[in-house]
Structures are given as structure tokens and as C-alpha cells.
Design a protein around this ligand. Sequence first.
Ligand SMILES: [Zn+2]
Length: 200
Amino acid sequence: MAEAGDDFSHGPGRVAIVTGSRATLQIQESILRMVAKPVADALFGSAVLRSLVEEMWMCMIEAGGVGIAAPQVGISWRLFIASARDLPSTVFINPQVELIGAADVAGEEGCLSIPGWRSGKVPRHDKVAVRYRDMDGAARTGVYEGIAARIIQHEFDHLNGRLFIDLDDSPDPDNPPWRRARMAMSEMEARLRKDAPSAT
Ligand SMILES: [Zn+2]
């Protein structure tokens, strides 16, 4: 059984689990650009995993979101939660997403980690098939379309350090939130170069 003191996360994430701070990390945090690690077998069915997922639900519900990924609460693990119409509340752990629908369908997205910026032009596939594990480690599958498929692709991208603003190929340069996002990106990338992370 994993304990909160085990080395499975970066510092800020561990604090989030322990304190229940319900803080959603913002775009300048470098963890949002990292490729997250798979959830270890020993964690399935553990209290640590359960409290992380609870933390994520609190965070998402308080912020009025429809999904949130573990890196957004400071934990660089491969899991996300989502809940919306046509998408019953689900935790997707170590997910694999297969893109099976029409590609490049433009749609609107925002992100709890990038407040104030929404885009109506984010290209996504219309349909996805997901293989994932539940909190007890059982293998599960699901097929999702439309908004549900969009949410899943958005959250899955978080596990690979990708944000929806990377996909909006025609942003409005006069839009202040976009300018702020670009500034935050430059700042973060400069820090990442300086830190030279040894993540594998
Ligand atoms: Zn997001």
C-alpha cells in the first residue's frame, strides 16, 4: 500500500493530496508541460489514489469544470476525471485514447489552468475509443462522441503536457488573454530550459 510520503510525485502535488488545498495549477507551472507517469500498480485500490481522485472532483466542481487532469492539481500521473452530458462521471486511469471519428472538427474549449481564454476553433476528432483502468485497477473501455470525445481529448492531452492553446491555429493576437497566455508560455519555457528536468 502506498503512503503519502512515498516518492510518487513532485513536491507541490504531494502537498495538494495532504492538505486538500483544492488548488488548480495555472499555465505558468512547468508540471503542466511534462509527460505524466503511469499510475503504479501498487496504487490501485489505495487510499492515496482515492484521496487524489476526491481532491480532483472537489477541484473540478468548485471551478465549474467538466474535466480535470492530475497534473492540474500538481500530480504528474496519468489520470483524469470528467463529467458532462453524455459522459457519466468517470475516472480514467492510465488511459489509451484511439481517435476514430472525423478529424479536425472545430469546437469551443476553455481550461481551468488558463482562466479567461476560450477558443471556438480547437480541432478535435469527433469520436474516440478509450481503454483505461478504474480505481481498483480493473480494465475498462468506452466509446465517446461529440462533446464527450472533445473533453476526453482535452484531458488526455494534459497527460502529455499539451494544452488546447497549442491546437488553436488561428488565435486573435489582439485578445488580451491570448497575449497573457503567450507571455506565460515564454516565461515557463525559459524556466524549463534553466531547470533542465531529468524526467524520463
Ligand atoms: Zn485543461
